[in-house]
Design a protein around this ligand. Sequence first.
Ligand code: ADP
Length: 430
Amino acid sequence: MRPHLVFWISALVRILLILSGAAVCGYFWGMKVGLALGLIGMLGLVVMQLQYLLSLSDWLDNPSSARLPDGWGAWTEIFSRLYKLRRGDEKNQAELAEWLARFRQAMTLLPDGVVIMDDVMFLEWCNPIAEHHLGLDLKRDKGMRVTNLVRTPEFIDYIILGRYETPLTLSFRDRKLIVHIIPFENRRQILVTHDVTESERIDMMRRDFIANASHELRTPLTVINGFLEIASLQPDLEVSIRSSHLKLMVEQGVRMQRLVEDMLTLSRLESAEFQVRCERIDMHAMLRHILAEGQALSAGKHKIVLELDGPDLQGSPDEIRSAISNLVTNAIRYTPEEGQIKIVWKSGAQGPKLVVQDSGIGISAEHISRLTERFYRVDKSRSRETQGTGLGLAIVKHVLLRHNAQLLIESTPGVGSKFCVQFPVSRIVE
Ligand code: ADP
């Protein structure tokens, strides 16, 4: 049945009941009594309606479905319909709140910064990455103009020009950010920040590496080409001069080969797919072998001492051999004749330790932190003189990283250097 019909029928039934009750009383106890009782009944009905209206107005102040009063007659229908409406609203609100929470959660997981602003750039909301990229604090800065918070001329010019189709590359707080502004919903704008600091750094390293490698290869190639040109222009060159040219060409060829091999080793070590082989390394045998190679290189010009007291290791024998060999070769190359080189392999509380100590030319403090960079040399001419590629310590660093070991360098110019490799306890083979 239609609700307003129910309302009217139930109201009429109630009025009729009161009137007929009053008529029956009037029949038995006289007209006056009947009228009085009818009046009282009608008044009661009005008071009851007023009471329900009051409850309704009270409920409207805080319209929660749990607080809805019970009704009588037509009010039962009214209150039950209000209850259904309210429950529907509450469900929608709960769903909306859940969606909002999920949206915020998703925004916090984004790798990029997101700032929501109104049409005049007042901050409405931002995710934690945007706070980090732009130095914002949502609680503190909400409602403030973003151009007052990100105070760099490039950003302000970008906003003034409004050419948002091309992103802005912004250097801000030691970071390089790519900034996009996307208008949406007519009166709002989204600002997205993408941090490219790391990829730029890697790109720069790659560019530097290519430039350095080309430069390193160009020098021996120029020498070889020069001699080849002489040989082709002067076919009857004296045999002694020709053989000295050939000797120099072979030397430069060897240098190029060494350089290419070192570059290949580095790229292999850097490639993520190339896992460390885990084999037992007989450290004593390996170090004796390296000592023999060192003695051959030194040709009796240095005093080389080996002390063996450490355990065997778990790792890649080729990589560890190449790293230690680089350290020992450097010690010989950068130590003048009659100098001393000491190689020590020992156990320690923090794990086994390899020390390669020399009494060579030493390195001044400002160079020490940069020694493991590719092609970094303290003295370029000396490194070339001693057949260095400038990649040795970079290889050492990568090998040690792959074996969770650390390289510590101590050095005093004119006194000597000490290269310590600290291996973790987990690398020991019992
Ligand atoms: P290089 O092939 O030039 O020796 P490395 O990467 O092995 O390249 O070493 C980088 C630089 O560190 C060298 O050019 C040299 O200046 C310095 N260096 C390395 N080992 C020693 C050492 N034992 N004594 C003095 N200087 C050293």
